[in-house]
Write a protein that binds this ligand. Structure first.
Ligand code: 13P
Ligand code: SF4
Length: 329
């Protein structure tokens, strides 16, 4: 696509905002897509929801709402748009469909999965329920609609502890993230029966890496996502969902910070916090990175890659997500 004078003029305010996160050599290849997508979404009354791990040209360039997975689910239920384009992974698009079953929900790349979601099936949950009769099931939203159908209440990393405590029971089955389960167990008296799922991005961090970075950067604040292993959580100053981490930086304005999570977070948050220095390393989520501007334009233009769920699944899976949103953050 051509980077015309008209497109340059129309997209220049966006570039001025994100110039620290996007090299100027890359802008002529992004701007025509940003221009077209923004035009098309107005014509079609579409909304673009983006997870915090999307790249800066998506997060700042075309999204109408960017957030953590809890806020994306809530926004999907509220929107008046006819079409929802989910810039995120499959379980996020499926959750949006559960929240807004009458809307057209599109996912720019159907292969955008999640190692947590693929670690467990509905059949696995049925087996667990047989093994622990009467014990309520709390599932992370990072699961398929089939798993949600077998679930009493969903949670995200933003409200996992609150959801578990809200049940008023002594024991829960908590799926599928073993590290998030360990984090929740450290924050509650409720006994947690966990599953063996892990996030392939967060499991790669370790405390040695953090201790080394602290040595090289005295005074640095280290903030971690609760999908990280327990040694990483212990070595961090703060633990929270992706939006919780963003709020921490905004409110505290640390001189230097390391966000122990997916790489795009630091790029995106840097744009809104120019006085904070972000120290990497970080890890890329290959699933989130499948979402690109050309794929977003293609699926919006042709209305392809629609999330379709049968009525029975919607009915059974929706309850657990609605119950979560009623409990809130
Ligand atoms: P959040 O709910 O914190 O946005 O996390 C979702 C996710 O997939 C993190 O890896
Ligand atoms: Fe799944 Fe981890 Fe990627 Fe989030 S970062 S989508 S939990 S694999």
């Amino acid at each position: 696509m051509e980077f015309t004078t008209e497109i340059k003029k129309a997209t220049d305010p966006i570039y001025q905002k994100i110039s620290r996160a996007v090299p100027d050599i890359e802008w002529p290849s992004f701007a025509p897509y940003i221009y077209e997508i923004n035009k098309l979404k107005r014509q079609k009354n579409a909304i673009i929801l983006a997870h915090n791990y999307q790249t800066p040209e998506i997060y700042h360039g075309i999204s109408d709402f960017s957030a953590d997975s809890l806020a994306l689910a809530i926004e999907a239920a509220k929107t008046k748009a006819d079409i929802i384009v989910m810039c995120g992974v499959h379980f996020m698009a499926e959750t949006a469909k559960l929240m807004s079953p009458n809307k057209k929900v599109l996912l720019p790349d159907m292969r955008a999965g999640c190692s947590l979601s693929s670690s467990i099936t509905g059949e696995d949950v049925r087996e667990l329920k047989k093994k622990y009769p009467g014990v309520p099931v709390v599932s992370y939203v990072n699961t398929s609609a089939d798993v949600k159908s077998e679930t009493d209440v969903c949670c995200t990393s933003a409200n996992a502890v609150k959801i578990v405590n809200s049940l008023g029971v002594r024991k829960v089955i908590f799926l599928p993230d073993d590290y998030l389960a360990k984090y929740v167990a450290s924050q509650t008296d409720v006994e947690i029966i966990s599953w063996k799922g892990t996030c392939e991005v967060h499991e790669q961090f370790n405390d040695e890496e953090i201790n080394q970075i602290r040595k090289e950067n005295p005074g640095i604040k280290v903030i971690a996502h609760p999908e990280c292993p327990p040694d990483v959580i212990k070595a961090s100053d703060f633990t929270g969902s992706t939006s919780g981490m963003i709020k921490y930086v905004k409110d505290n304005q640390p001189e230097k910070v390391m966000m122990v999570t997916e790489c795009s977070m630091s790029d995106n948050v840097q744009v809104d916090n120019p006085n904070v220095e972000f120290i990497r390393p970080c890890n890329l989520c290959p699933h989130m990175k499948r979402i690109t501007l050309p794929k977003i334009l293609d699926c919006l233009k042709n209305e392809t890659n629609e999330i379709l769920l049968d009525d029975k699944t919607i009915k059974s899976a929706r309850k657990s997500v609605i119950r979560m949103t009623e409990i809130g953050r």
